[in-house]
Design a protein. Structure first.
Lengths: 394, 394
DNA sequence: AAATCTTTATAATTTTTTTAAAAAGATTTG
DNA sequence: CAAATCTTTTTAAAAAAATTATAAAGATTT
């Protein structure tokens, strides 16, 4: 059993704060870690001696003496592997402690339902790490975001990515890669990204909607990610809300997902095209290099009327679901994130209309709907921060 | 501005722990307050000297030396006034520090929408206190639970109980009573009661449903009451879920409340009786001493088929709403509380059926539905603990 | 440009926690 | 059944951390 001393904990906390906030003064670190200034001063000096931290220069004046600020050392040879998976594509990147990209994003076409997905994944990660020539003892760990019911303590995904030998997913990967591995649900990670690096920074109660194949949800409650008693909180897409009686992939009828998934939107588009609707999608869909969902989103961004109409119908349903969430959670804001948030501005009117229609004004009036500024990077950034959050830096 | 020192804070924390848990050993207090044993020992000894705490006797053996346990002193002349309001009735009781009843429950028929409700309330409370002969400086404060949108920091109820002179509700009452006053929403208080004294004790994530005139909700998240960013979290009864298009009191259509409020159930019963249904309610309703809702609940307890049928319809709708909540919050358990929980066992089958029908099994399987054991006392107990939580004990 | 005001950084003091030791009581064993 | 052992509480001593106070640095004002 590894025992973590208080000193180690504080070192890790300080590094974590600097990782999230970049430049910080001693006073700021002290406030954030809730430890006294003398203790922080001593610990930071130790970390400077060990090259983890460098002096950055003076902070802008706030009226008196300017504070010295500190930064994580980009030259320190400590690296983080970040992986973001979705149903069909897996992306990977390597960062240093300053969140600078050491190895640019690499893509792998990988069907998450593939029987050999786990083996392919670990080969891919290993190959990329080897290609960089980085020594494994300089890599702090691997953070992986993935769809499905993820048990983060056990390191299992109940929905997919089961190792062929029946072993534990995280253990399998840790063994195969020779590195610490941390896995989490994609929507949870996107919420963490918005909390640590995005528009949910410094906010206490925020709902982050992951608009993608399905409609995921990550909940920031009291300033930290809420996971529920068995880790499955935020199963937004399967709440009973649809008026249609379409069967959902989960086996139930009436789930929100049957009206709002990107796949359903694509299907609706194809149906409309078959019925003779005019749209640039009929051209776009011929290019099979990209997935139809991406073509659909492109069409939306290009203001294609049919695509926008279909998207708006889905957005209205999402908005109705959000109205329920607002009543229950009374959040400060709701962040639209995930790959579908590319079409963010197109989504907003229908969502806001639904919220106005279904919310008691007093409850909704303080809740703002905002668009993510991270979009593509969110999941990778959060995968990396998973590793930072679990490392000890000895 | 009153400054609270660390020492005062710890004294209050210790008293609070003893108030919630009754007999505790020094070690247990130390763990609960997360303060060291030497510090706790010293502070408890100080509180014993001041008569706040008494030795209770030795704890049962756990294998080694038996621990001394401590209790709040029932003879200490410190009292708490607890008030619980609903739409038509207000109840009041006075406890000592050991939660023993010093003045038994008194009732006041008070329509919460009455223009002079606040004045009547303060006269009532004052009269009862005077009747006991207790000195005001021996009373720690008054805790009041009430329906409506309550802003606990400002001390305002936006829905009702507005002082005629336009002043602040809590300030008005504090002035009129000459005592510290704390107000909170009834459903929030019932949830606090279950957390501190009931079946949600030691649990982290629990939803407490207040079945009454409407269907209220208090959420325990990470072991404490979650209020949302502007204090209105848990507005369960106005989520869009009903298939009917009945107009809700909130001005919207489709709210859960239009199918599940006790008033709707009574209306349904009356309609069925008018249509010729046979039921003991036709007799019961003639007695106008009690409210029809109480008669309805009595009929349910007496297993009247019509009443049970009506209740089950409502319960099914509540269950559908709870299915949504389970997906979002993934709670450890859901507690059915409030006056409607008297009919608890009758509610369970329909609620569980709805949950089975609308929940993904993996998510719902770990969530248990339990009945409150506090029912009547819940709100009064929590009103009192409001006062304890805000007092300083100097 | 000197004086004042703010804020950071360091030092001294106090408080609190941690660790260790002692005491009390239950359980086991000869 | 009594002595010995084992647990746990209680008290005491040492170490760590947080407050408080002071000094230093730099910005702003007069």
């Amino acid at each position: 059993m590894t025992v973590t001393t208080k000193g180690q904990q504080l070192r890790a906390d300080i590094i974590k704060q600097l990782y999230y906030r970049k430049a910080l003064s001693l006073t700021e670190i002290s406030k954030r870690t809730k430890k006294s200034l003398p203790l922080i001063t001593a610990t930071v000096n130790m970390l400077i001696k060990e090259q983890y931290i460098i002096e950055q220069g003076l902070a802008p004046s706030t009226g008196g003496r300017r504070a010295q600020t500190f930064l994580l050392n980009p030259k320190k040879e400590k690296y983080v592997v970040a992986v973001a998976m979705d149903q069909l594509t897996t992306r990977m990147v390597i960062y240093n402690l300053a969140q600078e990209i050491v190895m640019p994003v690499k893509n792998l076409d990988l069907d998450i339902q593939d029987q050999e997905a786990v083996a392919k994944l670990s080969r891919f990660i290993n190959r990329q790490i080897e290609a960089t020539g980085l020594a494994k003892n300089h890599i702090l760990g691997v953070g992986i975001g993935m769809p499905g019911f993820v048990n983060i303590t056990e390191g299992i995904n109940y929905s997919c990515l089961k190792p062929a030998d029946g072993s534990n997913l995280r253990q399998y990967l840790a063994q195969a890669l020779g590195l610490p591995v941390h896995i989490d649900n994609d929507s949870s990670l996107i919420a963490l990204a918005e909390l640590n690096f995005g528009v949910a920074r410094d906010k206490k109660d925020v709902l982050v909607v992951n608009i993608g194949w399905g409609t995921g949800l990550g909940m920031i409650v009291n300033g930290s990610l809420y996971r529920g008693s068995s880790g499955y909180a935020g199963e937004f897409s399967h709440i009973p809300l649809s008026k249609t009686s379409n069967l959902c992939s989960c086996g139930k009828v009436g789930c929100l997902e049957v009206d709002t998934s990107l796949l359903v939107m694509v299907a609706n588009a194809e149906k409309a095209l078959a019925d003779g609707s005019v749209s640039i999608m009929s051209e776009l869909f011929k290019d099979e290099q990209k997935h139809k969902a991406d073509h659909f989103l492109d069409a939306v961004v290009k203001r294609d009327p049919l695509a926008i109409a279909i998207l708006s119908d889905a957005a209205f349903q999402i908005g109705k679901g959000l109205a329920t969430l607002i009543h229950i959670m009374n959040p400060e804001s709701i962040v639209l994130s995930g790959r579908g948030a590319k079409a963010g501005k197109m989504l907003l009117p229908a969502i806001e209309q639904a919220i106005n229609e279904f919310c008691i004004p007093r409850i909704a009036e303080k809740t703002t709907i905002v668009l993510s500024k991270l979009i593509e990077d969110a999941e990778l950034m959060a995968s990396a921060s998973l590793v930072i959050a679990h490392s000890l830096f000895n």
